[in-house]
Design a protein around this ligand. Structure first.
Ligand code: NDP
Length: 337
């Protein structure tokens, strides 16, 4: 059973292994496999599920909602997001305007088959909408009971600070940030994490396994494993490319003895690694098969001794990305259409 952690400075507890369905549900995997993965997560004690309206252009929310049908709602924490375009991608079909936020929450709730989400997240910062307008819309959604808590994703430290202050003025709390974070991608450590600690936000981190790369299954010079994300022509292969260099893959192979020393698989080591950071409330882990869920959940509660943390740093060396500027650089400069 996974351990629970508080989400930010709130009373909400979430499973530190959270199940996410980007690139899988409604896309890479068939619906029966998706349902089996959700049931494997529930069987393993995972109670927290993360999705977004844009995943598989709204199909992922629908698949998750269907898979969770019949479960006791109070025993689940369901998270979704708004920002990226869905539907016909008209001028108001993306971003964080009051119009798009209000319309999107209703559509997400319908697809998820629930009256409320536990966490509603701004999937990126919208440079075209006054932040006051966005935060007022979120405040109204919280008052309407359609979302219990509000979070953001891939916002810079300054954007988090500004959003947090407005939320406080409006009488609700911004409690989470959802950034990419893994042994290979540590850009949040210098700015986003200290700011979040100061303000009472947690990180719920995506791609803790670098999309499967840190499981060690991609061996330099060898064929790609059948059915893996790197072979997924519906989007996965393109997304994982940033990590698929011989240098990265060769260094990842050298992590195997570290995992062995802890009696962990490499996938478990990667997930446990992000959970060593106190500001991380959950590792958002994806899966294309139920067996992966059962394996991954065992990363919960593991302590990695300091000398092994240092050895991981030595092995990975300069393939680790640490530049705090990458958060802003990776964000859209204008609303996508
Ligand atoms: P991971 O780094 O956990 O990668 C998951 C993928 O790795 C699986 O789909 C599977 O792919 C492979 N895998 C999983 N377990 C194992 C295992 N034990 N052994 C070998 N391979 C394994 O995270 P994701 O990139 O999937 O992201 C997780 C979640 O984070 C998303 O679902 C979403 O909720 C969130 N996210 C948020 C973003 C944001 O902008 N806010 C952006 C991206 C993700 P396969 O078997 O096909 O190789």
């Amino acid at each position: 059973m996974p351990t629970y952690r508080y989400l930010g400075n709130s009373g909400l507890k979430i499973s530190e292994i959270t199940y996410g369905n980007w690139l899988t549900h409604g896309s890479q995997v068939e619906n029966d496999v998706a349902t089996a993965c959700v049931h494997a997560a529930l069987d393993a004690g995972i109670t927290t599920f993360d999705t977004a309206d844009v995943y598989a252009n709204t199909k992922a929310e629908q698949v998750l909602g269907d898979a969770l049908k019949g479960q006791r709602r109070e025993s689940l924490e369901i998270f979704t997001k708004v920002y990226w375009p869905t539907g016909p991608a008209g001028p108001n079909d993306s971003g964080l305007s009051r119009k798009h936020v209000m319309e999107s929450i209703n559509a997400s709730l319908t697809r998820l088959g629930t009256d409320y989400v536990d966490l509603y997240q701004a999937h990126r910062y919208d440079t075209e909408t006054p932040l006051e307008e966005t935060m007022q819309a979120f405040a109204d959604i919280v008052r309407q009971g359609k979302a219990l808590y509000i979070g953001v994703s891939e916002w810079t430290a300054d954007q988090i600070r500004a959003g947090h202050a407005l939320a406080k003025d409006l009488g609700f709390q911004l409690i989470s940030s959802q950034p990419q974070y893994s042994m290979l991608w540590r850009v949040i450590e210098d700015e986003v994490v200290p700011t979040s600690q100061e303000l009472g936000l947690s990180q719920i981190v995506w791609s803790p396994m670098a999309q499967g790369v840190l499981s060690g299954k991609y061996v330099p010079g060898q064929p790609l494993p059948a059915g893996s994300r790197a072979t997924d022509d519906k989007g996965g292969a393109r997304m994982i490319q940033r990590f698929m260099t011989d240098d990265v893959l060769a260094r990842v192979q050298q992590l195997k003895p570290v995992a062995d020393e802890l009696d962990l698989s490499m996938a478990q080591l990667a997930i446990a690694w992000v959970l060593q950071n106190d500001n991380v409330a959950a590792a958002l882990v994806g899966a294309s098969r139920p067996e992966q869920v059962a394996e991954n959940v065992k990363a919960s509660g593991v302590t990695i001794p300091a000398e092994l943390m240092a050895r991981i740093d030595e092995i990975l060396g300069d393939v680790v990305e640490r530049d705090a500027a990458r958060t802003a650089e990776g964000a859209p400069q204008q609303r996508p259409s």
